[in-house]
Write a protein that binds this ligand. Structure first.
Ligand SMILES: NC(=O)c1ccc[n+]([C@@H]2O[C@H](COP(=O)([O-])OP(=O)(O)OC[C@H]3O[C@@H](n4cnc5c(N)ncnc54)[C@H](O)[C@@H]3O)[C@@H](O)[C@H]2O)c1
Length: 148
């Protein structure tokens, strides 16, 4: 049996509530909701309470929680690229929608490694950078096909 992974949510909106949390309850042999962060403190507390998880209102608190192995980025999409990058730098595995890759690429690839002391974060940041370039390439190919 594999160890259960702790999931931390950045954003506790409708997608977290209606899609991710119910799905994770069907996979509780593999995942447990460890931490729910939202800028709306009452919402974070309510949703975390439902899952028996810790609640907070800032990204750094969630990323410093050792119970969080995987970060589900469910905030509004404009925050995805930065939050995925922060999660990778904190040594966490992060999941977000493709808009993160597009915005990272658009921002001149913000997913840059910053410390030689963090090889794991560097590897993840590099993977994100590659994913961002691929995603941007696909988006521009699709746009060219549409234009022709
Ligand atoms: N709603 C949909 O049908 C749908 C479908 C597919 C994908 N998505 C994507 O899923 C993500 C979440 O969707 P949603 O409808 O729950 O979004 P939402 O915008 O309704 O809610 C996101 C939550 O994030 C919180 N938030 C705001 N700023 C934040 C920050 N800086 N850090 C953390 N949390 C913050 C908000 O308080 C809110 O509770 C979005 O990126 C959206 O594009 C949504």
């Amino acid at each position: 049996m594999t160890a259960q992974l702790g999931v931390g949510f950045l954003g506790a909106g409708p997608v977290t509530q209606a899609i991710h949390l119910p799905t994770l309850t069907t996979m509780d042999d593999r995942f447990r909701v460890a931490h729910v962060m939202d800028v709306d403190a009452a919402l974070a507390a309510t949703i975390a309470g439902r899952a028996g998880a810790r609640a907070s209102t800032d990204v750094a608190t969630l990323l410093s929680d050792p119970a969080v192995d995987v970060v589900a980025v469910c905030s509004p999409h404009q925050f995805h690229a930065d939050q995925v990058e922060l999660a990778a730098k904190a040594g966490k595995t992060a999941s977000a929608k493709s808009t993160a890759a597009k915005s990272a690429a658009k921002n001149g690839n913000s997913a840059k490694p910053t410390s030689a002391k963090r090889p794991q974060a560097q590897a993840k940041s590099k993977a994100l950078a590659v994913a961002a370039r691929k995603q941007a390439g696909k988006a521009s190919s699709a746009a060219r096909r549409k234009a022709n």
